[in-house]
Each structure stands twice: as C-alpha cells, then as structure tokens.
Design a protein around this ligand. Structure first.
Ligand SMILES: Cc1cc2nc3c(=O)[nH]c(=O)nc-3n(C[C@H](O)[C@H](O)[C@H](O)COP(=O)(O)O)c2cc1C
Length: 190
C-alpha cells in the first residue's frame, strides 16, 4: 500500500507562538511511521485574505489558491490548536474556510488552560460541515505541560500520556486515511 500523505498544519501565526512545539513534536512522531509521509504547513507561509474579502490583494488571492491546491495533495491533516477566547484562532478558521477537506480525516493537537479542548470541540463541529472525518482521540497539552516546555526546557515527548494519545491518534488517522482514500477512489459523491 502506498504511503498516506499527511499535513501538520501550524494553526497560530502569533509572534512568540507556542504552536511550533506541538507541530514539531507530532510531525516527528508521524514521520516515524512507515506508512506516513509528513509535511508541515505553516500558516505564516500562507498570508491569505479573509474569505470573500472584496479588498483582497492579488498576492493574497494567489496565496489562497495555492493553499487550496496544496491541501489537495494530502490524505489527512493534523492541526495544532491554540485556544483564543474558547475558540480556534481566526487565522486557522479562515484557512479552513478557504480550503477543502471533504472525505479526509482530521486530527487535533490542542494546548492551553484545558488542553485546547474547547477550541478542538469547535473544530470537530466545523469539520462535520466540511465533510471531513474527525478521529476520536484528541491530544490535549494541559497548562502545566505547556508551561514546563516554555519555562523549564521540557519537551512534549517527556510526557508518556501525550505520547500515548499521539500514538492512538496516529493509528486512527492511518485507519481512516486508508479507508477514505480507498473510498474516494471508487465513490464519486456522498
Ligand atoms: C486573545 C487570546 C485569547 C486567549 N484565550 C484563551 C482561552 O480561551 N483559553 C485558553 O486556554 N487559553 C487562552 N489564551 C492563552 C493561549 O492558550 C496561549 O496564549 C497560547 O500560547 C496560544 O497559542 P500560540 O502561542 O500558539 O498562539 C488566549 C490567548 C490570547 C492571546
């Protein structure tokens, strides 16, 4: 069976963002799986207009087109999820609105006060509407783990429960990724 192509999408563009830690960690773990080919997509590299914005520049529109096309290369997606006011970041929501995820699996690595859980739950609902399949296991990096990475030089891989959740998430992403890839090749609409 050919490898599944998975994108790890860095969901925050904030200066000094934490997002790079979970992105590197989960991409590293995914890259160790023989059945996955992994690429990190950083929203910093995709400065796009807001969906439907009248005053979009040509560069912003071209980038949005490129983003949409780029997403089509993948069989599944893992998002790093920051929680801003109990919701996903605006930049990530906009990138999702400008993209296509139909009949593909999505997975979330959240972080924050409650491990980004509220933002992750928003995303699960959003992706139902987009025709994607959200895998069961979320990875939730709690505040003490978040702080230990930022202030004590710890790494996310130091936490066995995070590694365990990531393993389960990747197992599910691979299962759904293969199932939906096969289905996409024979079923044309749903
Ligand atoms: C505008 C704003 C709103 C925030 N709201 C929440 C929140 O609702 N829940 C939470 O757990 N953390 C919240 N935080 C703290 C973020 O979890 C923390 O800043 C995190 O590092 C953001 O991710 P980033 O650094 O990758 O951008 C908020 C931070 C900002 C800047």
């Amino acid at each position: 069976m050919s490898k599944l192509k998975i994108a790890v999408i860095v969901g925050s563009t904030r200066i000094g963002r934490f997002a790079e830690h979970p992105a590197k960690w989960i991409a590293g773990l995914a890259g160790q799986r023989s059945d996955l080919e992994v690429e990190v997509l950083d929203l910093l590299d995709y400065p796009m207009h807001f969906f439907g914005e009248e005053r979009a520049t040509t560069a912003e529109s071209d980038t949005a087109e490129h983003w949409k096309k780029k997403l089509r290369e993948f069989d599944g997606y893992i998002f790093t999820v920051a929680e801003y006011n109990h919701a996903p970041t605006a930049v990530l929501k906009n990138a999702i609105d400008l993209g296509e995820f139909i009949h593909k699996p999505v997975a979330f690595v959240g972080y924050g006060g409650v491990g980004g859980a509220r933002a992750v739950e928003h995303l699960r609902l959003i992706f139902v509407e987009m025709g994607a399949a959200s895998v069961k296991t979320g990875v939730h990096i709690a505040f003490n783990e978040y702080l230990s990475v930022l202030k004590e030089g710890k790494s996310l891989g130091d936490y066995p429960h995070l590694n365990e959740a990531a393993k389960n998430q990747l197992d599910q992403l691979i299962w759904w990724g293969n199932a939906l890839k096969a289905a996409r090749s024979v079923v044309t609409s749903a």
